[in-house]
Write a protein that binds this ligand. Structure first.
Ligand SMILES: CC(C)(COP(=O)(O)OP(=O)(O)OC[C@H]1O[C@@H](n2cnc3c(N)ncnc32)[C@H](O)[C@@H]1OP(=O)(O)O)[C@@H](O)C(=O)NCCC(=O)NCCS
Length: 163
């Protein structure tokens, strides 16, 4: 019996597995995420990404993305959010990109709430052209522009996928 969406300790997504992060995996993962855009360009220090993964938050479900036993990224989902879950972090590290992992994560989110929720939500920086193209391809539409949310002169786009 499942306790609800996103509550399992592990999910097999095909091209990768989602599982809990071990304590000693958090610092190297945070360093790798801080080194890539959009986090690098937005100026998120490694320490704040590490604190994000260590923070206990009953409303979020955080997972390592594991491919063949190696941590190749991370996912954090906030649920419930707005008639559906909010993907608050999706990072597939460069060596694992383009292998269908991101698409599998979006499919999984939709499956977890199918028949119960109406939407999936995510924010993407306007300068992050690659991720914008990715989310478009996954069926997300822009619903709002959030100017100066993280930095002055940087806009976040609030995206919605209708289920
Ligand atoms: C954006 C990101 C999540 C995509 O995940 P991924 O595992 O690399 O993407 P996938 O391999 O699942 O690609 C799925 C589809 O999106 C397309 N896609 C992926 N990256 C793309 C890009 N840079 N430009 C255009 N299309 C892209 C793929 O071609 C594929 O299309 P298909 O369904 O026709 O085959 C991942 O590259 C990433 O984490 N990037 C860095 C961090 C980031 O920007 N995160 C999002 C922050 S909101």
């Amino acid at each position: 019996m499942t306790l609800g969406p996103f509550t399992e300790a592990e999910y097999d997504l095909g091209p990768a597995r989602l599982r809990r992060l071990a304590a000693d995996e958090i610092a190297p993962l945070a360093a790798a995420i801080a080194a890539i855009d959009p986090w690098a360009r937005l100026g998120y220090p490694e320490s704040s990404i590490e604190a994000f993964f260590r923070r206990l938050d009953a409303g979020t479900y955080k997972f390592a993305i594991d491919r063949d036993g190696a941590v190749v990224g991370a996912v954090s989902v906030r649920h419930p959010f707005l008639k559906g879950p909010y993907l608050e972090l999706l990072a597939v590290l460069p060596a694992a990109q383009g292998k269908g992992i991101g698409a599998a994560v979006i499919d999984w989110m939709g499956r977890e709430v199918a028949g119960r929720d109406r939407n999936l939500w995510v924010c993407v920086s306007d300068f992050n052209e690659a991720a914008r193209a990715f989310y478009r391809r996954q069926g997300f539409d822009e619903t709002a522009r959030l100017d100066d949310l993280t930095l002055d002169d940087a806009t976040e786009l609030f995206l919605r996928k209708r289920l």
